[in-house]
Design a protein around this ligand. Structure first.
Ligand code: NAD
Length: 372
């Protein structure tokens, strides 16, 4: 197969879909890889590293789109790329179609075989290609939260780890899933006083087992949230109810009760955010102050650490990319039910329930498409 790796064109997107290690893997399986010049620069990967790994470098993205059988990208196609979409092309990327009718209808009209990273799902319900970005966002939440607390950003001027003879800061984490537990480990490592809340006792038990003694685990309910949040220096929102909007755990009146200059990093902003005062921000202007609390609500946090994010993402996507390239479509999806859940559009049909429901389009079940 010919695998195409174009440069990302979405604003602020510095990741790349395949690393030189990935190129070597595809080449060793007998495939050909085309990489657009400069595709890895945002992640610190030089063109010559791709060449050494066996890729052919091309100047124009257009040529890559035209020649590739399997096009690997990080983000969904942008309007400037719509003209490259064509019947029979296998597109493998983050697509988030349920939130984007224009891309959904374009992929369907152009009869692209679109496989979305984010809907690949293992039998236990976990989403293996979303997990690495939640890990990055969770760890990053402490870094940006500490920055929000600096005086020049309107914060309380608190160093989370404290100093000898001075109390550490208090970090409250809402949600003990992937991003919350990663935030928790970093917060504890920084020497902050940490409490973490979840509605799922087994998530709390896991944190208690690995960090007990350094972290307070609490059941998430109104009373506990209020008690913890009012004297917090940094609150991290890391909740998720799959397929639904994030629950609003922090009302405006509760945010008002927080300490002036405290900070809120709302990782769950991509699902609407868990505070009534949260609204999406961008890396250009990541923070704003509301009710005297510094809010950081960037929906694509991993984009500011493209090196780590690229490697974390491609560690997870490569094996699926190889499956598709080695077995082709539809065999690869027939033999891997997790990968089959990634199929969103095929031959003009919508094959994912969430996407079909979002736009009132008829769903064609993946099973029907795969036949066999
Ligand atoms: N902003 C970003 O850049 C970025 C990056 C990655 C992920 N995310 C988002 O972060 C959110 C969390 O992702 P994740 O992978 O950690 O999810 P996850 O499913 O691993 O964890 C979510 C946790 O929230 C808990 N929860 C649900 N309702 C709760 C409540 N009322 N109180 C307390 N806990 C509750 C769940 O039990 C679960 O443990 C998602 O919306 C995800 O899309 C954002």
């Amino acid at each position: 197969m010919i695998i195409g790796v174009p440069r990302e064109v979405k604003e602020e997107e510095n990741r790349v879909a395949v690393t030189p290690t990935g190129v070597s893997a595809f080449v060793s399986h007998g495939h050909k890889v085309l990489v657009q010049k400069g595709a890895g620069l945002g992640s610190g990967i030089l063109d010559r590293s791709y060449e050494t790994a066996g890729a052919r470098l091309l100047e124009s993205g257009e040529e890559i789109w035209q020649e590739a059988n399997l096009l690997m990208k990080v983000k969904e196609p942008q309007p400037s790329e719509f003209k490259f979409l064509r019947s029979g092309l296998i597109l493998f990327a983050y697509l988030h179609l349920a939130a984007n009718e224009e891309v959904t209808r374009t992929l369907s009209k152009k009869k692209v075989t679109a496989i979305a990273y984010e809907t690949i799902q293992l039998e236990d319900g976990s989403l293996p290609l979303l997990t690495p970005m939640s890990e990055v966002a969770g760890r990053l939440a402490l870094q940006v939260g500490a920055w929000c607390l600096q005086a020049e950003n309107g914060g309380r001027g608190i160093l989370l780890g404290g100093a000898s003879g001075v109390r550490p800061g208090k970090v409250v984490i809402l949600g003990a899933g992937i991003s919350g537990s990663n935030a928790c480990q970093v917060a504890a490592g920084m020497g902050a006083y940490v409490s973490i809340l979840d509605v799922n006792p087994s998530k709390l038990r896991y944190i208690h087992d690995i960090l007990g003694g350094h972290v307070t685990t609490l059941m998430s309910n109104r009373a506990n949230i209020e008690e913890e949040v009012v004297d917090a220096d940094l609150v991290i929102g890391a909740v998720l109810i799959p397929g639904a909007k994030a629950p609003k755990l922090l009302s405006r009146s509760l945010v008002k009760l927080m300490k002036p200059g405290a900070a809120l990093v709302d990782i769950s902003i991509d699902q609407g955010g868990c505070a009534e005062t949260s609204r999406p921000t961008t890396h250009h202007k990541p923070i704003y102050t509301d009710e005297e609390v510094v809010h950081y609500c960037v929906a694509n946090m991993p984009a500011i650490v493209p090196y780590t994010s690229t490697y974390a993402l491609t560690n997870a996507t490569l094996s699926y990319g190889l499956e598709i390239a080695d077995k082709g479509f539809p065999k690869a999806l027939r033999e891997d039910t997790a990968l089959a859940k990634g199929l969103n559009t095929y031959e003009g049909k919508i094959t994912h329930q969430g996407v079909a429901t979002a736009f009132g389009i008829h769903i064609t079940p993946v099973k029907e498409v795969l036949g066999g």
